[in-house]
Ligand binder design. Structure first.
Ligand SMILES: [Fe+2]
Ligand SMILES: [Fe+2]
Length: 199
């Protein structure tokens, strides 16, 4: 058996999942360190992470999944319809969870320690939710697409995922988010990010 072709669309989804996972790991590091009484960077860093996990999925990642890969898969087979319904609903739910996280962070900033348990619990449940979402896409939808899509389908889906020709995400917008990602990676302490380790 030969290795399956790595289509551009699937490669891009995996890369974007890695970036989102890195930022979510950074968020977990942040709240777990606070929970243990450790030192964390300024809460502005956490705000930047929240902005990233709000804007990147909403503006760059989910629209491509919904409009191209999922839509094409629905045209070819009904085998994955139930999972696709669930994933599309989760895209909306993810946005609502990020809003709840923003509120919890603001309450923590204003009220301090008493508001921390809720903030911690929300970060933990968001991480679990989003990791499970990405796993479902990688383990159920990608293989289903590889089975069902034709070479012509892949040509059009891959073209849509090609960053330079992405009609849904303006290149400039994506560049801004890429800069934000580098910033987050540089200010998040090692071993999660690239910043200096906290002593
Ligand atoms: Fe998704
Ligand atoms: Fe995804």
């Amino acid at each position: 058996m030969h290795a399956p072709t790595l289509y551009t669309a699937l490669r891009v989804i995996r890369e974007e999942h890695h970036r989102l996972s890195a930022v979510i790991q950074g968020m977990l590091y942040f709240v777990r360190t606070i929970d243990k009484g450790g030192q964390v960077p300024d809460l502005k860093v956490f705000r930047a992470m929240l902005l990233y996990i709000s804007d990147y999925p909403e503006k760059v990642h989910h629209p491509k999944e919904d409009h191209y890969l999922f839509a094409q898969l629905r045209k070819r087979t009904h085998e994955a319809d139930a999972v696709l319904d669930e994933l599309e609903a989760q895209h909306g739910k993810g946005d609502a969870l990020v809003r709840a996280l923003e509120h919890a962070l603001t309450r923590y900033e204003l009220l301090g320690r008493t508001a921390f348990p809720e903030f911690l619990a929300l970060v933990e449940s968001y991480a679990q939710f989003y990791f499970a979402h990405m796993r479902l896409e990688e383990e159920a939808i990608m293989p289903a697409a590889q089975r069902a899509l034709t070479p012509e389908d892949w040509a059009s889906v891959d073209a849509a995922f090609d960053a330079n020709r992405d009609p849904l995400a303006g290149g400039e917008y994506k560049e801004g988010l890429d800069r934000l990602f580098s910033l987050i990676a540089n200010i998040t302490p090692a071993p999660i990010g690239l910043g200096p380790e906290n002593r």
